[in-house]
Design a protein around this ligand. Sequence first.
Ligand code: CA
Length: 506
Amino acid sequence: MQQRLTIRIQPQDNVAVAVRDLPAGTAIENGVTARDPIPQAHKIALADIPKGDPILRYGVVLGHAKEDIPAGSWVNESMLDLPESPSLDDLSWGTNLVPKEQLPDPPETTWMGYRNATGPAGTRNLLGIVTTVQCAAGVLRAAAERIRRELLPRYPNVDGVVAVTHPYGCGVAIDAPMAKIPIRAVRNLIRHPNFGGEIMVVGLGCEKLTYDRVLPPEDITPDNVLTLQDCPGHDAMMDAILALADRKLQRLNQRTREPLPLSDLLIGMQCGGSDAFSGISANPAAGYAADMLVKGGATVLFSEVTEVRDGVSLLAARCVSPAVRDRLAEEMRWYDSYLAAGGVGRDANPTPGNKRGGLANIVEKAMGSIAKSGTSPIVEVLSPAEVPTRHGLIYAATPASDIVCGPCQTASGIGLQVFLTGRGTPYGLEICPVVKVCSRNELKAHWADLIDLSAGGIVTGEQTIPEVGTELFRLILDVASGRKQPFSDQYGLHNDLCIFNPAPIT
Ligand code: CA
């Protein structure tokens, strides 16, 4: 069977995406011949598109042709205008609520996790030591290294020690309205499900982010917090941190995995380094896995405001109530104003790599990005770093930046992140495992030991979305249950924890 050369998503689309590099003169499906060399993942015009006419992919207007585009031309990002941002007023809600019975059945309904007293279960059993200020980060990292070397071998049931260091805490306008976001992030990171309820916070002693901003009074005890300025020198700091860590490790070592229902699992989805295949293969496969998880009772977060902004009406149609729709519009509106205050618009996304990967603009990127949310109804909308109160599919508003979305979702309590990529990134998180899925087989061949799963078989036509989606579902459960380690954890490839701080620095 001859491999297909292009993929058209909807019958009304007037562009298709090249499955591989197509030399000029290649006769493709639909009786069109390539006038220009079409790079892999880039778009080819399927008909003459007169100046001013819409360019349609996913059945959606990506933009309007700036000049006449003859059939067979390479349609790149310089050839179309960006349409106006969709309105956030009077969005219809609930017009596309897929009933639960129509979602795909999960092939497994239990996993092995660490049960917590409240909230989602842990996917790892970690000692998490959180700083209240960057000034303590150097000491804490050095102490964590000693804990790993000197203490951890005595506690075989504990998977690791994480120094949760971040740039927030001092030199910041702590009472600015938007400081609530980074403060909430630190507060929720302290109680991450993978830390098993053991609170350990290290501060300097003079920072603005005081203990009472991240802990209730009853938890501010010598058993939970440690202040470096109270310690007489370096050796005393190390001794104090190691002694406190030892007590925490004794308790964490009592924890074991047990079979749990999917309702105890909370995961996040994010994409990064996307290409024009992301919306064809990796993201729809992730969406299929998300639908299986939701049907089984799990909670799935998807995020990245600028990458859903242009598809907001599609999301509103999946909101279960006007209140959820209003929260969605509120988060979009806030992000519009945040971008405007910085003198940019949503076209500040995509990246040069996205464009090389065939994504013409943010509309095209958004349509691919939304695919990872599957088809389930949206039951809740969260502000950055908030913790869910419902089970099911949840829109957790965050920046799209990989290294900021990750910490936001981590603060929301995810036990695992599924990361979809087209261009490739070695990205990983230390607090929870990251499963990386690529959109095309070439990337899996190039980075065989960095990408956990390829969805490229969907592009070539060798696999279906349900097949790869089911494979991903099983991989999610294997990794969440500790039966498999993703490559980023095997090699210890972990990004810094860049907490989202939209408030001023002083
Ligand atoms: Ca991202």
